[in-house]
Design a protein around this ligand. Sequence first.
Ligand code: SAH
Length: 355
Amino acid sequence: MSLGDHLAARIRADGPMSVADYMADCLLHPQFGYYTTRDPLGAQGDFTTAPEISQMFGELLGLSLAQAWLDQGAPAPFTLAELGPGRGTLMADLLRATRGVPGFHAAMQIHLVEASPALRGVQAKALEDHAPRWQDSVGALPDQPLFLVANEFFDALPIRQFIRAGDGWSEKRIGLQDGALAFGLSPAAPQPVLAHRLEDTKNGDLVELCEAAAPITQSIAARIAAHGGAALIVDYGDWRALGDTLQALRAHEPADPLQTPGEADLTAHVDFEALAMAAKTAGCAFTPLTPQGVFLERLGITDRARALAAPLQGAALDSLIAAHRRLTHPEEMGNLFKVLGLYPPQAAPLPGLNP
Ligand code: SAH
């Protein structure tokens, strides 16, 4: 039995499934899921991420969060949380960079929200000196000040896809055609949750809806509004996306999302508007949506790169320069990736996100 067999059986029993249900099975099926069964990151894997490119990323995010913690009067104890920590690299770099912040390590309780047993194992090794605790969901985080990072977490949450048909919407569904997975369309119907997209779309346009994103963001924002704290959410996407952004990556190459279910990473662009509105509903303030390159430059990535470069030469120096460019340059990750900060309305916005 493979994930393909499981999906075909499910479609035969229940009919065509939404893109969201397909993504959820592909990524997190307990037996066959992409994340559940492997460590997909790095050169040997399928994709790479900012913390895997350079230690500078986690260091600077850590310093931004620690400064926000100081600005709010250094509350103790507090939760230091990460959503979808991957290999634990970002958290390890963040912890190293904040060692010198007086009281920060003594007051922190580390919580990792991670669905993959395979990646929990990798994180446990990377963070063995810090005794993190793992949670299945944001709702399980303690009720206390919350300082949180999430890099490339929201892009892995399942999305539904809809195509505009008059004042209604047809949903893209995945069914079987001659035994193979194939996209189809449901009959058009009104979708009250997409009312705001009637303003900026025309017939035939495709929009995406990530239903899991708002409740997760609300749960984070409610803690920050009630107890203090801050969140740094980094991902690729924009305020509001238009068009099909579902993407499969395998061995660092784009793949057909239906071709090898469970064997490729599946992601979609993040609509930061939905996150910001959910945060606002929960009583949190949010920063301007800021390109990753601008954010990292404001936090001093170029000075940090110079310091790291000082003892280097040859290939090591070249790779540091390439990493700096990759994280910040507008034609690389600098503009595609955005950063949204959440903070209590009475507090100062996070460093790097304040124009
Ligand atoms: N933040 C890391 C890894 C990004 S990959 C980095 O930047 O390198 C996405 C991460 O989110 C993985 O750790 C994956 O297992 C986790 N993940 C995906 N969906 C999740 C969910 N619904 N709940 C918890 N963790 C999830």
